[in-house]
Design a protein around this ligand. Structure first.
Ligand code: NAG
Ligand code: NAG
Ligand code: NAG
Length: 274
């Protein structure tokens, strides 16, 4: 292992290009665009590919990038500097080793029953205990009316077919680009308690995804989480990026949280496949 690492470091040192110049330019998505001014043996070095869609529109990345500007639950200043170098080459280490520190409910993430029920937390209903079957499989992306929070009435009117088990709800939050605004927004659209109860009582949905940090409208945050999570089956995916994703049925959604023992949530990489 050490040997391989040394070889790698040596290789890196031998590269004629040791200085990567990144220039950050603002884009309409408010993500930094990385361009690289650097070449190896007269050839252009690869510019890192940063994409939202892969394989000619077949695979959509519906997770948000972690940046210091990403909004964070309940705060004004966003996620902040969540990444630091624990070890760095510049400081004499063999390798750069980044260390991250943030709430597990940051960015695109899942909630577990232990998030709002202390007895479930104590009993070990953590992120490692979530059912991968519910996190992976056919899914529906649905647009909800833009003038309301998700009430029982709205849920009923959506007429989601009985067989559907995974639904990603796109709301006014996407139109308002709330996940690109640093300041946490309490006016975001989400489920109201009666909407969550209606869904649990009248559908077979086991995965609910939404396009802001909270599946619930702020005023009903706790009752909605109670309604969804008390049965211990439902998985909530918050902070999805549904911009530019066509509504409709997908052959699969894949959401893969980390196996964090004892954790009430986890960041997840979520993708949709046509
Ligand atoms: C390693 O960390 C240094 C900061 O010490 C940074 O300038 C450099 O770009 C990093 N190298 C790589 C390969 O990430
Ligand atoms: C390198 O070490 C110095 C002195 O301990 C410290 O001030 C600095 O932040 C370190 N830089 C990195 C990139 O770790
Ligand atoms: C949804 O509820 C929030 C309160 O949590 C409220 O501020 C917002 O205006 C509501 N949105 C709509 C579209 O009714």
């Amino acid at each position: 292992m050490n040997h391989t690492l040394h070889l790698l470091v040596l290789l890196l040192l031998l590269l004629p290009c040791t200085l990567l110049v990144y220039t950050i330019t603002a884009t309409n998505q408010a993500y930094p665009t990385l361009t690289e001014d650097c070449s190896v043996s007269g050839e252009d070095m690869h510019v890192p590919a940063r994409r939202e869609v892969y394989d000619n529109g077949r695979i959509f990345d519906i997770s948000h990038r972690y940046t210091p500007e990403l909004p964070s639950y309940g705060v004004k200043d966003g996620l902040g500097e969540y990444l630091s170098l624990g070890m760095s080459i510049k400081n004499g280490s063999d390798a750069n080793v980044s260390v991250m520190k943030f709430s597990v409910h940051s960015g695109t993430h899942v909630d577990t029953p232990g998030h709002v029920f202390d007895h479930y937390y104590d009993a070990g209903f953590d992120v490692d205990a979530l059912d991968l079957e519910f996190l992976n499989g056919p899914a529906l992306v649905v647009d909800v009316p833009r003038n309301k929070n998700i009430t029982a009435e709205v849920m009923e009117a959506l007429n989601i077919p009985k067989g559907v088990r995974r639904v990603l709800f796109r709301t006014l939050n996407t139109d308002r680009k709330l996940m690109w605004k640093k300041e946490f927004d309490t006016s975001a659209v989400g489920f109201m308690e009666d909407g969550a109860k209606w869904l649990v009582d009248n559908t077979n949905i086991k995965l609910v995804g939404l396009d802001y940090l909270n599946v619930a409208a702020h005023v009903d945050a706790l009752p909605v989480h109670y309604a969804f999570l008390q049965g211990r089956e439902m998985i909530l995916v918050e902070g999805l990026k549904l911009d530019g994703v066509p509504a409709g049925i997908y052959s699969s959604v894949h959401c893969l949280p980390l196996r964090l023992i004892g954790s009430d949530g986890s960041p997840a990489r979520c993708i949709l496949i046509k």
